[in-house]
Design a protein around this ligand. Structure first.
Ligand code: HEC
Ligand code: HEC
Length: 239
């Protein structure tokens, strides 16, 4: 039954597939793979994120990456996504597309883009019985014990540096809009009087743009970043 439905979807996606420069049709999964790492998938001129900014696609995430989002290997058939909050794959994708990539309208089910992304995700999802993954959101940001500075540097490189660039200078950052760390905290006494700087950073990391924090940075669940690693990171940031 599922196989039959997949075959129909594959046929549709092939029909919807894009053309390359020589007007040879490109298979949908291949087009989807390209879209996956293309920030221009979003029509917003203010977006510099692609799906690949926050998701790896290998069976386990590479050691040098600690992303806010899970690897999308085996993601297509999980049945529930976003820790159970989303029950349709397209809704799970659109949540990212609209909130992080500033997509103005969610991708529609029959758009060439969403079909191609679907085919790509299916192509990296060999397990049709893959189970949903947990996602524990820290509701009330609280202080965490500080950790080891060297570990903190590793965490910074794996989790933050791609977007924020090097500490203090921002060198190599993905977008100018990503604040300088830790210098952004110099304003906090004015903006958040009486709140420890570290707590503002903890809240940002745990909540991203949600819980009225604002912006378009993704939130880190406990599974994505443990309190121990967050504590090490704060030591590295001198907070
Ligand atoms: C700025 C970071 C960011 C970007 C960009 C982003 N995502 Fe996500 N995505 C997340 C986070 C955080 C989650 C929640 C944790 C999780 O479930 O992986 C998530 C969840 C998901 C999930 C659910 C995974 C699961 O099993 O729970 C899918 C599927 C997904 N994203 C697909 C995409 C696709 C496709 C794109 C590009 C159109 C994209 N994401 C762009 C951060 C991002
Ligand atoms: C996918 C890209 C991305 C990643 C990964 C990322 N950030 Fe950000 N971050 C941003 C962007 C863009 C902004 C500015 C917009 C906003 O506030 O969301 C920002 C803003 C911030 C701010 C400033 C909030 C304020 O006071 O205005 C802090 C603090 C911060 N990030 C810390 C971190 C830390 C620590 C990490 C690693 C655990 C991290 N970020 C990972 C993109 C990212």
């Amino acid at each position: 039954m599922r196989r039959a439905r997949l075959a129909v979807l594959t046929a549709l996606a092939l029909l919807a597939s894009a053309c390359n420069g020589d007007n040879e049709p490109v298979p949908a999964a291949e087009y989807g793979e390209r879209l996956f790492s293309d920030a221009k998938l979003s029509e917003s001129q203010f977006n510099s994120f692609s799906c690949a900014t926050c998701h790896s696609t290998t069976p386990t995430a590479p050691a040098e990456r600690m992303d806010a989002g899970y690897t999308l290997y085996d993601s297509a058939f999980r049945k529930r996504w976003w820790g159970g909050y989303e029950t349709r794959l397209l809704d799970a994708v659109n949540f990212c597309y609209v909130n992080f990539m500033r997509g103005v309208e969610p991708l529609s089910e029959d758009s060439p883009q969403s079909r191609a992304l679907y085919e790509y995700l299916v192509s990296i999802s060999p397990n049709q019985d893959a189970q949903p993954l947990p996602m524990t959101v820290v509701k009330n940001a609280a202080d965490v014990p500080r950790g080891d500075r060297t570990r903190g540097q590793e965490v910074y490189r794996a989790a933050c540096q791609n977007c924020h660039g090097e500490l203090h200078t921002g060198a190599g950052r993905l977008t100018e809009s990503a604040s300088l760390l830790p210098e952004v905290t110099e304003d906090y006494d004015r903006v958040f009087p009486g709140v420890p700087h570290s707590l503002v950073v903890i809240e940002k990391v745990r909540h991203g743009q949600f819980f009225r924090v604002g912006g378009n940075m993704p939130p880190y669940s406990v599974e994505a970043l443990s309190d121990a690693d967050l504590g090490a990171l704060l030591t590295y940031l001198d907070l």
